[in-house]
Ligand binder design. Structure first.
Ligand SMILES: [Zn+2]
Length: 435
């Protein structure tokens, strides 16, 4: 007999369509997948008793742009714009990372994400096997896109040809995993030569892998590309074949109307990182224009040294504030939009309709939120409003990934959090000793 788990809760958000709160909801899980969800009163008959839980059940959130192992660099390089922050502070330290550093850091990052209600992260970071090890052992799910990045400080990671070959091998090695899938993470058009970007497009096409790239984060980052080619960065990437398959563009702040028009014709989505963009003074992304043109946009954290938290509740509020300030319109982004952009729409951005919803066939990645402080609840829709404006990681009580409980009563079940924090501090101090 296949094991079935039935969870019954005060409130349920399936996110299958528009965010609509079901009172007295039920989710039925079998073999890591949701098989049924809806009002408990109309649940199919079963011999299995439902586990009654309080609060809200919702899909695990999906963080579409993260470098979670950068918990080791949190707090470093304060007060710098993105370009100097990368070249002067991040890359010199990252060039000295060992696989054990990354395993430790990804473990801590995964624990922070999970306890904050994030069940999938889209990771771009060095030492792929260490990232994957930490994902599998912590119990989170990840779409892992090893970076292609070259520079004097990053010589330890080898030439780009080697990095690219390593991604094809990683896709072979981890293809059977239920929690991990692989894509390609060319850092950006400004940090890589054209022949590299062309080779990335070739590998993506040959292997059917998606591309995860930084794009239009800073105002001037595309100037060199435009001077050389006469094209905007999106048009340049398109001309090289990089937008032919699925692509995820991180930031997308400095996009013109023709850029947005171009993106709307491709299988591309944008990972909007409002807190990172605010911290680095990068700018305010045209989220309303993108979504209006049919480009899916997810809300993401970016790395925890440009934010510095892995907290999608905080990001939702920042996204709403920025959208409304940019538009001068107090209705520019609704709470229902924000919650969709960390769940269902984030799954769309990744090309993963099995993530970010709790409909039949979805992955059983489920979060339970304590709604005791959501006062007043006058009508069911207030749950969404309070979740977005008053939600915090501290309200996340239980988390299931692939049907397995990986956070219980607010604590990770598979990670020794205090130990991971101690070890991360020790490793971070070593990396900070600039030679
Ligand atoms: Zn990034």
């Amino acid at each position: 007999v296949a094991s079935v788990t039935r969870l019954r809760s005060d409130y349920l958000l399936t996110l299958v369509d528009e965010p609509e709160v079901i009172e007295d909801g039920m989710v039925e899980v079998e073999d890591g997948r949701v098989v049924w969800s809806g009002p408990a009163a109309s649940a199919p008959r079963s011999d299995v008793a439902a586990e009654q839980v309080s609060g809200l059940l919702m899909p695990g959130m999906v963080d579409t742009h993260a470098h979670s192992p950068m918990v080791l660099l949190r707090g470093a390089g304060e007060g710098l714009p993105v370009d100097r922050w990368l070249t002067d502070v991040m890359w010199p330290r990252e060039g000295r990372l060992t696989p054990d550093d990354v395993r430790c850091a990804m473990t801590l990052g995964a624990a922070e994400l999970l306890t904050g209600g994030v069940t999938t992260s889209h990771e771009m970071y060095f030492h792929t096997d260490a990232v994957v090890d930490a994902v599998e052992s912590s119990g989170i799910r990840a779409v892992v896109t090893p970076p292609i990045l070259i520079g004097d400080d990053l010589a330890a990671f080898g030439p780009w040809q080697e990095q690219l070959a390593g991604i094809g091998e990683a896709a072979d090695r981890h293809g059977g995993s239920r929690r991990v899938s692989i894509g390609i993470g060319p850092h950006s058009a400004y940090a890589l030569p054209e022949e590299t970007l062309v080779a990335v497009a070739d590998l993506a096409r040959e292997r059917g892998l998606h591309v995860h790239i930084h794009l239009a984060e800073g105002q001037r980052e595309g100037d060199a590309v435009t001077r050389r080619t006469g094209l905007s960065v999106p048009a340049y990437l398109s001309s090289l074949g990089l937008l032919e398959g699925r692509s995820v563009l991180a930031h997308g702040v400095w996009l013109t109307p023709p850029d947005i028009d171009l993106l709307s014709g491709h299988d591309t989505g944008v990972a909007h990182c409002p807190m990172s963009n605010g911290k680095h003074a990068s700018g305010i992304a045209p989220v309303g224009d993108l979504r209006g043109a049919g480009v899916p946009v997810a809300i993401a954290t970016d790395g925890p040294s440009s934010h510095d938290r892995l907290d999608l509740f905080e990001e939702m509020r920042a996204a709403i504030h920025m959208a409304r300030l940019r538009a001068g319109d107090a209705a520019a982004m609704r709470p229902a939009d924000a919650i969709a952009m960390v769940t269902r729409e984030a799954g769309t951005v990744l090309g993963r309709p099995d993530l970010g919803t709790l409909g039949p066939g979805s992955r059983a990645d489920i979060v339970r939120i304590d709604t005791g402080g959501f006062v007043p609840l006058v009508e069911p829709g207030d749950v969404v409003t309070h979740l977005v404006y008053s939600g915090t990681p501290g309200l996340v009580r239980d988390v299931w990934v692939e049907g397995e409980r990986v956070v219980a009563d607010g604590a990770p079940t598979r990670v020794d959090l205090a130990g991971a924090r101690r070890e991360a501090t020790r490793r971070a101090r070593r990396l900070a000793e600039v030679s």
